[in-house]
Write a protein that binds this ligand. Sequence first.
Ligand code: ADP
Ligand code: MG
Ligand code: ZN
Length: 505
Amino acid sequence: MARAAERTGLEPVIGLEVHVQLDTETKVFCGCSTDGDADEEPNTRTCPVCLGLPGALPVLNEAAVAAAVKVGKALNAEIPAETQFHRKNYYYPDLPKNFQITQYDAPLCSDGVLEFSHEGDRRSVRIRRAHLEEDPGSIQHVRDGPADLEARTTSVDRADYTLVDYNRAGTPLMEIVTEPDFREPAAVRGFLEKLEEVLAYLGVFDAGSDGSLRVDANLSMVESEHVADDGTIPEEVLADANRTEVKNISSHRGAETALSYEASRQRDQIEAGREVEQETRHYNETHGNTVSMRAKEEEKDYRYFPEADLPPLRVADWKEKIDIPELPDARRERFRTEYGLGAEAASKLTSRKAVADFYEQVAAEFDPDLAATWVADNLLGELNYRDREIESVTDRLDEFARLIELVATDEVTTKNAEETVLRTMLDEGVDPDTVVEREGLGKAAGEEVATAVTDAVENNPDAVADYHDGEDGALNFLVGQVMQATGGSADPGTVNELLRAELDS
Ligand code: ADP
Ligand code: MG
Ligand code: ZN
């Protein structure tokens, strides 16, 4: 196997802690809105609860729990009958209470799994736990100076002062912790993509919002002799391996870059006979490297204790009541069997729920293959070119169906439908009949074409003679004449056939 040959004696072992913001209307323990835009005033979406003022009491947001239960079900995780919140104590200016309300030994979800594909292979990563917690605020380190604030933002060691904004504080987060099941940095990307896909299917995640997914990535190097052929590594080996935790990763690509850097840095250390420090490192996106932040904190540093302001959370009957939609893998399989689609089309059409829903509505009216071509190739292609999403056309399903109908009933040529009607529909927001009418794209009626064919033959004796002499260009010339006479609205294939019939008779 290629994999075995690549082993050089040391292999990276990777485990992730992924923080995802749950897309609720209000924060997890107060009624403040979670909906802020990029240039909002700092500290305007706050209240005594999320500012941590003395005496303010948290009230758990039902929608956040429902979203978390959905995630648990999608990850095939165990959800206990009862769970509980804890306080994680540490001092940092983005944390106004000096503790974070989170979950500790009774997480909402444990022992799940997520399957994804990497370089065409099926991979599976175990989910150790997934719990609900609150997001801290955000801080910005700034230098003195005349330029605008954005330009003066810097790293903590260069800053003259630090600003804090509690608008984000209290946004519901789900922390999803994997087992150290990854063996290569590149696979992390496939996992994160799949995770986002599933979260979006569940309708609990807004991938477009800034900082909605943040990753802490743990990496150690393990002697390849400890790695079994199926990739498993004994617990003691994992526990003994010195590892680093890289923070501040906010993109799929960032995760791969940070981990590749970290793997080669640790390899160099070990090969130079030095021990890898157990520490927390910071990913610098600009430089693509990681820098040491602090010695790794341990559990005991946080003085976890139960959050007495929130009663235990009983979710026993929620599990049955909360339904989740058919997930991407299942839907992809069904598209293959139910509509007879190929692997590529089925994947393309199911990676986003809104696309899959749109496709199924089109496929209900037309041949599934024709529907797949129109949605997966034409529509998604044109939308992608315009940097637009399916959501910008979901309420125009009828118009899109009408466009396909025009092609299916031979009223417009496929070429005109793709290149003119669809594009104009997208660019100008008009319906297909309007475009056809305005641009004169309706296929010429049979009689008009027949007359144009007869005229072309009568008016071009030289071309006709050339055709009979076997000259290649002659037929094309005559087709061109007919197309011109019908204003480009005739179907070239039909014209071709009619001309041959006339000439050969
Ligand atoms: P901690 O208590 O230090 O946070 P955990 O055991 O909770 O450590 O694990 C945190 C993360 O570290 C998990 O994502 C886990 O998969 C990962 N991890 C554990 N052991 C290793 C290892 N040897 N190499 C890389 N990652 C690891
Ligand atoms: Mg941890
Ligand atoms: Zn609030």
